[in-house]
Design a protein around this ligand. Structure first.
Ligand SMILES: CC(=O)N[C@H]1[C@@H](OP(=O)(O)OP(=O)(O)OC[C@H]2O[C@@H](n3ccc(=O)[nH]c3=O)[C@H](O)[C@@H]2O)O[C@H](CO)[C@@H](O)[C@@H]1O
Ligand SMILES: C=C(OP(=O)(O)O)C(=O)O
Length: 446
């Protein structure tokens, strides 16, 4: 077991109760920040959360000559890309392994400078996470790509050209790559089998504000008519539906009651349907959504993750903890990432009964079916959970361990909690606000 210094002691058994607020989405804000690179004027982004992925992109933008400063309101960033051409990127290696976002700098940098160096990517270790679609589409636009020490070097010998692209799978990142490249490419780009997640729609809104021409069809086709230049934008980022669902799952697993200010029904409809099937209660108003455990037993369900409008894979791990408390056999089929169920072994150590399978259980066949990946789970419940020593494996797995520790009897030591700061703003303060009994060893109780 690799044990890190950043440990949280969680004394379980107290329902989470109260109100917290979620701000802009981890999976939109950093990309909207990258879009600012495409403009000829400053952009203003509002509702920006203080999470590590935002700090990483802020550092990368600054390295590329973009001035980034806070606006007058909390959570507001002003990004001025006037000096990109004179930037010195000698220190780019320091950003290797930091997040998934550097790959999205390709299009904007190729348009601005004619070349780009992209350091190795980070992100959660939940599958192979190849970037072959990204490079394939960039080649189609006319870029050349060469592997160099520490990353990839790209060049655009001439202005990138619009093209016709069909993605092998509706990848979120590859769709964003196409958008951020096509907006300034010459001519029309037609992308089929595109991802249509709410964060992508919001990125399209950002780009349209900058002057882009983008049409979204109902059949996963996106058409972009390239323009010669773009301006800045003023945008309020859509809220984080993934964080909201994590707190909702925490409320359910701990038999609590949490009002998530900022949660939005429109982007969470699929999650809300599932939450209701499990037996969770919720009430929606204009400012947010209240989630609670209504008493009695929870229902076992069959759940399959999928691209939007399916059940988002990042919702899966936190909800699985709640499913350990449901009566009967739940089936979970993870179809987006081949290795996103590994986190369940620690839940079993805590007393859960979760069995993993290589077969596609409970729904359609997916890309992983015949390929030896443990990507289906049968969760039998309800099971009492006991506190344990836990090492956080990835972002959502980490939040799931927090939920499990909060729902368990006794004390858990959760190692590696800093990883959670990548995508959850002030999660420790929020836990305390909701009445969780947590402490950092050697420090006064929080
Ligand atoms: C920063 C960010 O927004 N991260 C999100 C984004 O990740 P990300 O954009 O990396 O995820 P993708 O949608 O691209 O990946 C989906 C699937 O496509 C495969 N694939 C992807 C690209 C590629 O070049 N080749 C390839 O095979 C991946 O291995 C995976 O199996 O969307 C995921 C799916 O909603 C979310 O879980 C992540 O939270
Ligand atoms: C998988 C995730 O993020 P990333 O793509 O940044 O690793 C996530 O947010 O759960």
């Amino acid at each position: 077991m690799t044990v890190t210094d950043d440990v949280l002691l969680v004394h379980g058994g107290t329902p989470l109760e109260g109100e917290i607020r979620v701000r802009g989405a981890k999976n939109l804000v950093p990309k909207a920040m990258v879009a600012a690179l495409l403009g000829s004027a400053p952009s203003r982004l509002r509702n920006v959360p203080d999470i590590r992925d935002v700090r990483v992109v802020r550092g990368l933008l600054q390295l590329h000559g973009v001035t980034v400063r806070p606006g007058e309101q909390p959570g507001e960033l002003i990004m001025d890309p006037s000096h990109v051409e004179s930037a010195n990127v000698a220190d780019i290696d320091a950003h290797a392994g930091s997040s998934r976002i550097p790959i999205l700098f390709c299009g904007p940098l190729l348009h601005r400078l004619g070349h780009a160096f992209i350091p190795g990517l980070g992100g959660c270790d939940i599958g192979g996470r190849p970037i072959d679609f990204h490079f394939e589409v960039l080649r189609q636009f006319g870029a050349t790509i060469e592997k160099r020490e520490g990353g990839q070097y790209l060049e655009a010998p001439q202005r990138l050209r619009g093209t016709k692209i069909k993605l092998p799978y509706p990848s979120v990142g590859a769709t964003e790559q196409v958008l951020l490249t096509a907006v300034l490419a010459e001519g029309v780009t037609e992308l089929s089998n595109a991802a249509v997640e709410p964060e992508i729609e919001d990125l399209i809104c950002v780009l349209q504000k900058m002057g882009a021409i983008i049409a979204m069809d109902t059949d996963r086709t996106i058409r972009v008519t390239g323009v010669d230049s773009l301006g800045g934008y003023n945008h309020h980022a859509l809220s984080d539906r993934l964080e909201a669902a994590s707190w909702a799952s925490a409320a359910l697993a701990t038999e609590g009651n949490v009002y998530v200010r900022g949660a939005q029904q429109r982007s969470m409809m699929t999650f809300l349907n599932t939450y209701r099937k499990v037996g969770g209660a919720f009430e929606i108003d204009d400012e947010g959504i209240r989630f609670w455990h209504p008493g009695g037993s929870l229902n076992a369900i069959a759940l399959e993750t999928d691209v939007h409008p399916g059940f988002q894979t990042d919702w899966q791990q936190p909800l699985v903890v709640a499913l350990t408390q449901a009566a009967g056999l739940s089936i979970v089929h993870e179809t987006v990432y081949e290795s996103r169920l590994g986190f369940t072994s620690a839940l079993n150590q805590m007393g859960a009964h979760i069995q993993l399978y290589r077969e596609c259980l409970g729904g359609s066949d997916c890309r992983f079916g015949q390929r030896n990946f443990l990507h289906s789970a049968v969760v039998s419940g309800p099971t009492k959970l006991q506190g344990a020593d836990l090492v956080i494996p990835d972002l959502r797995g980490g939040f799931s361990y927090l939920i499990a520790a909060l729902a368990a009897q006794g004390t858990s030591r959760v190692h590696g909690i800093d990883l959670i700061n990548r995508g959850y703003e002030n999660f420790m303060d929020k836990l305390v606000e909701l009445g969780a009994k947590v402490e950092l060893p050697g420090k006064p109780a929080l």
